[in-house]
Write a protein of this length. Structure first.
Length: 432
């Protein structure tokens, strides 16, 4: 016998009484194989039966969404047409075995598995690299001290006690960094002074030696003094060739090794091109000769220093000033030396070199501590108002000898002052 039994109404045949209440849902028994729940919401069925419109499984929920909250079908239909959800209701994908939300084929999950809700995975910007740099991986230690009691303590402890660099070490490293700044092309420096005996040739040698000992490019100093210059006496003499021999063989010079046969090189790598020792021959060194020499040297050297004579009216001076990128005007700490340096600036301004003066550096040389009554501060202010910068070079016994110059024999104060001079000159280097 087919049918089913109801306690209140007895047996009923199939097709009799279309709807029977079962819990909160009305079930249509006429459907075969699957049950359709109509007019209500799924109270939250979990298990192996997927629910929702268009999903597979024996049960299909029609006219509503899954969840524990009942929704009016008319309100839900209007909300779907407007593309919005009902207030207070958050639609969640139905749970599948294993806890993973069901996704359509080829659709990526909105939230990566294993990542906390509400956190977004950081996205890599275009052009960024995941490679780690050495600065990020290697712990940066303090730089070991280079001078003073800090260095002594560092050495006595075998490197275990490292207090870092002193302010003087930091200052020295900053100056060296400025000296080593990039230089494009050839930079030409003219060393000037109307008065002899103020240390112009010595300043030329020490400045050039400072550049060549710290930079990796080539530096040369040219003796353009028509009155038997002494520049070649400041470094060990390697050849008797002079600037006159270089001009004579200029057409055969095509490589750096060819030029090197006419120069002498000191321990600091500074090269010197000597002048003629015969005053009668050196007087013939004209402006055209100097231009030819510089035109040849700038193909092989990055810095060219020219040690000029005391006379501003000799034949080569016009070429020196026209080709110079900057000037170093050397003065002593005495009254007559300061007046001569100031007169040099006056002459240059009167002859159209005002712009060159503004790019120049004034050097007060061989300053003795607590000696004389000259106010060096006022003297520095005078030159600072007319030049780009002023640098004081202290008195040094090794430089007073007048012989070959070795940077290692200079006092620390003199070495620091030369670093400041070289860094100040290098600040004007063209980088483009």
């Amino acid at each position: 016998m087919t049918g089913r039994f109801d306690e209140s109404e007895g047996w009923k045949a199939p097709g009799q009484d279309q709807a029977v209440q079962s819990g909160p849902h009305q079930v249509d028994p006429s459907s075969s194989g699957s049950y359709q729940v109509s007019g209500g919401q799924n109270p939250g069925v979990s298990g192996p039966y997927p629910v929702g419109g268009g999903q597979s499984g024996p049960y299909q929920v029609s006219g509503g969404q899954s969840g524990p909250y009942p929704v009016d079908p008319s309100q839900q239909q209007g909300a779907q047409q407007q593309g919005t959800q009902q207030p207070g209701y958050q639609q969640q994908p139905y749970a599948q075995p294993g806890g993973y939300p069901q996704q359509a084929y080829g659709q990526q999950p909105q939230q990566p598995y294993g990542q906390p809700q509400g956190q977004q995975q950081p996205q890599q910007q275009p052009g960024q690299s995941n490679a780690l740099s050495a600065q990020e991986l290697i712990k940066q230690n303090k730089r070991p001290p280079q001078s003073g009691w800090r260095r002594s303590l560092h050495q006595l402890s075998g490197g275990l006690v490292n207090l870092g660099e002193s302010p003087a070490d930091v200052r020295r490293r900053e100056l060296i960094t400025r000296i080593n700044q990039p230089l494009r092309g050839c930079y030409k420096i003219a060393m000037l002074s109307l008065k002899g005996g103020v240390g112009k040739t010595t300043t030329t040698t020490t400045l050039g030696s400072t550049f060549s000992s710290l930079r990796g490019d080539r530096v040369i100093a040219v003796d353009a003094n028509p009155d038997r210059g002494t520049l070649s006496q400041k470094i060990p003499l390697e050849t008797t060739a002079t600037v006159r021999h270089l001009l004579r063989d200029a057409k055969r010079i095509t490589r750096y090794s060819d030029v090197r046969a006419y120069t002498s090189q000191g321990p600091s790598r500074l090269e010197v091109l000597a002048s003629e020792q015969d005053p009668a021959v050196s007087e013939a060194f004209s402006e055209d000769d100097y231009r030819r020499v510089v035109d040849l040297l700038e193909h092989f050297y990055n810095i060219v220093l020219t040690d000029c004579g005391t006379g501003l009216m000799h034949s080569a001076m016009a070429g020196v000033l026209d080709l110079a990128d900057s000037l170093v005007i050397v003065s002593s700490g005495s009254v007559d030396g300061a007046n001569s340096a100031s007169a040099t600036i006056d002459w240059l301004e009167a002859h159209g070199y005002r712009d060159l003066i503004r790019r120049s550096v004034a050097v007060i040389n061989s300053v003795r501590p607590r000696a004389g009554k000259v106010d060096l501060d006022k003297l520095s202010q005078h030159f600072a108002s007319r030049c780009r910068a002023v640098v004081r070079i202290p008195f040094d016994p090794h430089l007073e000898e007048g012989a070959e110059i070795e940077l290692d024999r200079l006092s620390p104060d003199t070495r620091l002052a030369l670093l400041e001079l070289a860094a100040t000159v290098a600040d004007d280097f063209p980088t483009r």
